[in-house]
Write a protein that binds this ligand. Structure first.
Ligand SMILES: [Zn+2]
Ligand SMILES: [Zn+2]
Length: 161
């Protein structure tokens, strides 16, 4: 059965309506993903569905493939003892990321209203130029799918139909 606005909720048969979920998060340590104003379908009881079956895969691919590769990331060198240098100015950075920082993206699914995705990760801040940067974009990309799954499960969002 296809789920859409006006169609009866598969669980309780009250009609579904377009909704925006205020905010919810999922963790795959050390990453935390928070979604704000994500579009969904909801019945008056609060049963919640993705707007389309393809939504979670679209979101995962968009973040991992389009958005995250453009984030600032420290340059690393060395093999046994890795050293990190600022992506912006080349100054050397501490051995470990020293605080958390949030990167934001505004996305829209199939021409709909924009919603926000916040990725919170430990980062380096360059003492010389102040640039916030990730330790490794590959690590962030590897953690993102699981963090999204935890977020969707935590918010009780079901696949349509
Ligand atoms: Zn329902
Ligand atoms: Zn710098």
């Amino acid at each position: 059965m296809k789920v859409a606005a006006g169609v009866p909720c598969p669980l309780c048969e009250a009609p579904l309506a377009q909704a925006r979920l205020p905010h919810f998060s999922g963790d795959e340590a050390p990453l935390r993903v928070t979604l704000r104003a994500m579009p969904a379908l909801q019945c008056p009881t609060g049963h919640t569905y993705f707007v389309k079956r393809g939504f979670p895969l679209w979101l995962t691919n968009h973040l991992v493939g389009n958005d995250e590769p453009g984030l600032p990331s420290a340059r690393s060198s060395g093999w046994l003892l890795r050293k990190y240098a600022c992506a912006q100015c080349g100054a050397s950075l501490g051995a470990r990321p020293d605080h958390r920082y949030s990167f934001w993206f505004d996305l829209a699914f199939e021409g709909g209203d924009a919603f926000a995705v916040e990725l919170s990760m430990p980062v380096f801040r360059c003492a010389a130029c102040g640039t916030e940067q990730l330790h490794s974009i590959e690590r962030l990309r590897a953690l993102t799918p699981a963090a999204l799954v935890h977020a969707f499960k935590g918010a009780g969002i079901k696949p349509p139909g």
